[in-house]
Design a protein around this ligand. Structure first.
Ligand SMILES: [Ca+2]
Length: 232
């Protein structure tokens, strides 16, 4: 029986790539993150009771556009029990930021092992850790990889920051992004947010989501051309 089981498992792996790295969750920016139409893919929102549409809109190119004033907060989160080995990626650009570092944020919140990126127009900072200078007013693919206590950050598939979790703490255990500060202000675009809680993957092990998008179908081509134009 054991031999049969092993053979069956081998066949499954070879046939379906059971253990291959893949994105567990994709948010593609075509609906507001808390839109009930997303079903089991919906995000919880922290916005102190305002309508998400007061600060967020979906652009014709399929991006989440957040315009965050000094009296509102609006971030989105999806809760998970085990975030110890997580790969989180977003294609994002930041046109303005003023306020606390977490005003524009991409986070792996995990109690005392919380880590996140603080986004600014001209740099990114790992909370409690290093800063990397980069023009964020153009779209960048940011990837944050948590492998136990260590965190590695990539920009456009290039490793730029190595650090540790615990730069901050949180009561949540969640993947989180958006406008994280009430007094802080900012304008930012999110083309997509994808993640998996099933492993810590470099871009070599799990290619960035953008590279997996089909470009040959008419609708997708139009969307990608729109994104291309908007990123120029
Ligand atoms: Ca605000």
């Amino acid at each position: 029986m054991k031999a049969t089981g092993a053979l069956l498992l081998t066949a499954l792996v070879l046939t379906y790539g059971v253990f291959a790295a893949s994105w567990e969750y994709v948010y593609d920016g075509t609906k507001l993150p808390d839109d009930p139409a997303l079903g089991d893919k919906v995000w919880k929102v922290f916005n102190k009771g305002i309508k998400t549409s007061e600060v967020c809109e979906i652009t014709p190119e399929g991006e989440l556009h957040i315009t965050d004033p000094s009296d509102k907060v609006c971030f989105f989160y999806r809760e998970h029990k085990d975030l110890s080995h997580t790969t989180l990626e977003a294609r994002v650009k930041v046109l303005s930021q003023s306020g606390p570092p977490y005003t524009v944020c991409l986070e792996i919140e995990d109690g005392p092992d919380t880590t996140y990126l603080c986004l600014f127009p001209d740099h990114i900072t790992l909370v409690g850790g290093p800063t990397h200078m980069v023009d964020m007013t153009e779209y960048r693919i940011l990837r944050m990889v948590r492998d136990g206590k260590t965190v590695t950050v990539y920009v456009d598939d290039e490793k730029v920051i190595e650090g540790l979790v615990g730069g901050d703490t949180s009561s949540r255990h969640a993947i989180t992004f958006g406008a994280g500060s009430t007094p802080g202000t900012g304008e930012h675009y999110w083309d997509y947010v994808v993640y998996t809680t099933r492993g810590a993957f470099s871009p070599e092990d799990l290619p960035n989501y953008q590279s997996s998008l089909p470009v040959e179908s008419g609708g997708k081509l139009a969307i990608c051309w729109g994104k291309l134009k908007s990123s120029m």
